[in-house]
Design a protein around this ligand. Sequence first.
Ligand code: MG
Ligand code: MG
Ligand code: MG
Length: 307
Amino acid sequence: MAIYVSGHKNPDTDSVTAAIGYAELLKAGGEEAIPVMQGEMNPETVTVLERFGVTAPEIMTDATGKTIALVDHSDLNQAPDNLDANNVVGIVDHHKIGDVTTNNPIFCCVKPVGCTGTVLKQLYDTQGASVDPKVAGLMLSAILSDTVNFKSPTCTDEDKKAVAELKEIAGVTDTDELFMEMLKAKSSVDGVPARDLLNRDYKDFDMNGNKVGCGQLELATLDQVAAIRDDLYKAMEEQKAEGGHHTILLMLTDVVKEGTQLVVLSDDASVVEGAFDSKLDGNSMWIPGMMSRKKQTVPNMQKAFGC
Ligand code: MG
Ligand code: MG
Ligand code: MG
């Protein structure tokens, strides 16, 4: 009976590529295995599969009657619908253990590393299987994605070792360039209306009775939005007029330079300048090191409003 290898719902690059990589490893061990995914790929994953010339797995959302291996998760609510946990025969993952329980022993390999791709590479090595160069490219991309090019606190030395070995197999000389290609795909703003971009990742806050909105766009380079800066500002003006905000901020975050161009529309811009100890140049200011709305932007604004 074929084993369907599935990543989690709302699939990311690791979920899709680990399904492919683990299915290949199962096949090398004589099993019949089919990689699947639970929905359409995101733009980053599309770019990765195109770059390495690999066909997308078929979409499968219902596990009724199927034998399943789970990758990049072990939670039932992230698994395919109608999954009978007793039909799970394998788990390869790098998250906390989920709630799948089985009546029989199964193959389970879960490690505290940055990416399922890293766990998989170690499994290939343990089993003495060679990684197909195209699949190596996929696993490599997944590790760069999940570890944000090694910058994430979840990244371990094992992830770095796996990348060093996989890039040789895949024939990738410059992993920074690969990461940038992925980041550009992920953060693409082409053809998206300015108002949608403002609201792509946006939250309103109440700060001492003042309504403050803050959106964030994570970018590979600020050049990506250079041509639409006026449109973005107009979108902020519309949103402020409709919502009655005291302030709307838009964080244009340069993930590579690790800083944010903070675009400010406020009834009292001096409050925002004070919050970040910086002066506006036109309608924005560059804040080095600002990456996180939750940990940096919002707390500073709350403090400025005396919250
Ligand atoms: Mg994932
Ligand atoms: Mg992952
Ligand atoms: Mg992820």
